[in-house]
Design a protein around this ligand. Sequence first.
Ligand SMILES: *[C@@H]1O[C@H](CO)[C@@H](O)[C@H](O)[C@H]1NC(C)=O
Ligand SMILES: *[C@@H]1O[C@H](CO)[C@@H](O)[C@H](O)[C@H]1NC(C)=O
Length: 169
Amino acid sequence: MQKIIRSLRLLLLLLVVVASATSSAATDNPTIHDILRANGLPGGLVPKSTYISSFSLDTETGLLTVNLTQPCYARYADTSLAYFDNYIAGNLSFGELNRVQGLEQEELFVWLPVKGIIEEKGSGVILFDIGLAHKRLSRSLFEDPPDCHAPDALIQGNFGRRGGPQEER
Ligand SMILES: *[C@@H]1O[C@H](CO)[C@@H](O)[C@H](O)[C@H]1NC(C)=O
Ligand SMILES: *[C@@H]1O[C@H](CO)[C@@H](O)[C@H](O)[C@H]1NC(C)=O
């Protein structure tokens, strides 16, 4: 009896080891959101994985590139609206994404390109450099990757206010 219990315990231990090995295999294939989080930034700075067609990170230069399935708009919980081009790039370092391309934010009905995104250490605040100003927003707004809506959804009025970067250019 003792022996059976011991071998059952061994089997159980083995199962636990196998289970944790498979779950760590999943992190061998990180998502773009995992990469942002590993670099001290919230994962929701880019839309959900279904809208991402590919991404790459050059660990030598920090160059991060993200290709989206299409240009799209996302609304965050504070109702701020962001526009993502189908190609986004930036220079990723810990807690910062600099020289950002392909991302715009609406500010008082004007679309402004986001140039840099910086996590203010320990303050729970994300600072967006929008050229004319720095906008400080709660980090918690950006933890969950948002849905992203094609421009025609916005024009048809299915998605909040009309308008977009095209009208400003
Ligand atoms: C990113 O920034 C680092 C440090 O400022 C710099 O050495 C590097 O060349 C930059 N990489 C790109 C792709 O701009
Ligand atoms: C991502 O988009 C850029 C710019 O449009 C393009 O040059 C590049 O080939 C795309 N990468 C992939 C993997 O589709």
